[in-house]
Design a protein around this ligand. Structure first.
Ligand SMILES: Cc1cc2nc3c(=O)[nH]c(=O)nc-3n(C[C@H](O)[C@H](O)[C@H](O)COP(=O)(O)O)c2cc1C
Length: 368
């Protein structure tokens, strides 16, 4: 019996298996609004057999976007465009839908990766002044962000509180990883504040925890909210696993349903020992020492590898990003390899291979 294909209960949400599709920015929105690209992209991922699709980092305000073409949820037009895509997914797939709520902080005003990914300098078309805990740029020589004052912090609190509950999502993920705004508050590399939001670990955790409380309070109580965090900056003197354990504990006491454990992103000085499952040991520590459900991510590409992570109790679930783009039927193929079953759209039932006669749940074919 495959453990990867066991149901996964997060709070009151039941997932059909333990495969999640990690959030993936598409840099393909129009003034923050989802486009036909999102229709195609999320539509085809929704037919994958994964239990949950986490919609890409979705900016809570225009200035919260990484690039000018990031997805956003800050206007009526944004909300309507996303509703159209999500309703279509719901009509044709049982996949559960989460969204990653995000603020880029000092990594805002960037070009898309395929345009080089660099900062769009102030004054250039499409640029804007980023905001951050401190006026420290991500890379030396870049335009520095504006340090957030009390009014700026309040605007961000208000921005996070809006809209997401109206989309009928099954869950929300707060993006506190990869060097974006909330991670910038956590990391001493980006946070040089002298007020109650900087300095000690407790102070650096304060704003991310405030945002968690706001999102938790504005989203239906029966639906889970969790955080994606970078377990370490991979830089000496940066954010580390001890901070991650303390933050996870604090999030747990506030009703956080899970931790999605990633790493890195706050500093170009990072030295990451990239390899298969390289972030899984962090998920394992959070699970063992904090006792929250964990989602492991990062170079999980092989069904037996994913099965072992769950079966050994290293994490409760896995999320896949690049492997899902490369092979959008990864969960089907994993189920076939592991002797499990998966839900497929009835329009595709006839594709079930002869050697896997029991792969698709409820599949039946008839003809005259
Ligand atoms: C195209 C692409 C876009 C991504 N966008 C996001 C994002 O919006 N939010 C996020 O937290 N991580 C993002 N990531 C990181 C992935 O979610 C994931 O953590 C990372 O790719 C490692 O997992 P993998 O080895 O399965 O790809 C992105 C990765 C890719 C490849």
């Amino acid at each position: 019996m495959s453990r990867l294909f066991d149901p996964f209960q997060i709070g009151e949400l039941r997932l059909a298996n333990r495969i999640l599709i990690a959030p993936m920015c598409q840099y393909s929105a129009d003034e923050g609004s989802a486009t036909d690209w999102h229709f195609i992209h999320l539509g085809h991922l929704a037919l994958s057999g994964a239990a949950m699709l986490i919609v890409e980092a979705t900016a809570v305000s225009p200035e919260a976007r990484i690039t000018p073409t990031d997805l956003g949820l800050y206007s009526d037009a944004n909300e309507a465009a996303l509703a159209r895509v999500l309703n279509a997914v719901r009509a044709h797939s049982p996949i559960k839908l989460a969204m990653q709520l995000a603020h880029a902080g000092r990594k805002a005003s960037s070009r898309a990766p395929w345009e080089g990914g660099k900062q769009i300098a102030l004054g250039e078309p499409g640029s804007w002044r980023a905001v951050a805990p401190s006026a420290v740029p991500h890379i030396d020589g870049e335009d520095p962000p504006a340090a957030l004052d009390a009014a700026g912090l309040q605007k961000i609190r208000d921005d996070f509180a809006k809209r997401a509950e109206r989309l009928g999502l099954d869950a929300l993920e707060i993006h506190a990883a990869h060097g974006y705004l909330l991670h910038q508050f956590l990391s001493p590399i980006a946070n040089k504040r002298g007020d109650q939001y900087g300095g000690s670990l407790e102070n650096r955790m304060r704003f991310p925890l405030e945002i968690f409380d706001i999102v938790r309070a504005t989203f239906p109580a029966a639906k889970p909210v969790w955080a994606r965090i970078s377990a370490t900056d991979w830089v000496p003197g940066g954010w580390d696993i001890e901070g991650t354990l303390a933050l996870s504990q604090a999030l747990k006491s506030r009703g956080c349903a899970a931790i999605h454990v990633s790493s890195g992103g706050v500093s170009p000085q990072q030295k990451i020992p990239v390899g298969p499952g390289y972030q899984v040991p962090f998920a394992q520590r959070v699970k063992a020492e904090v006792g929250l459900p964990t989602i492991a991510v990062g170079l999980i590409t092989d069904p037996e590898q994913a099965e072992a992570i769950v079966a050994n109790g290293e994490a409760d679930a896995v999320s896949l990003a690049r492997a899902m783009l490369y092979d959008p039927r990864w969960p089907w193929h994993a189920a076939a390899r592991l002797g499990a079953r998966v839900e497929a759209p009835h329009q595709y039932w006839r594709s079930q291979p002869r050697e896997f006669k029991d792969l698709f749940e409820n599949a039946q074919f008839g003809a005259r």
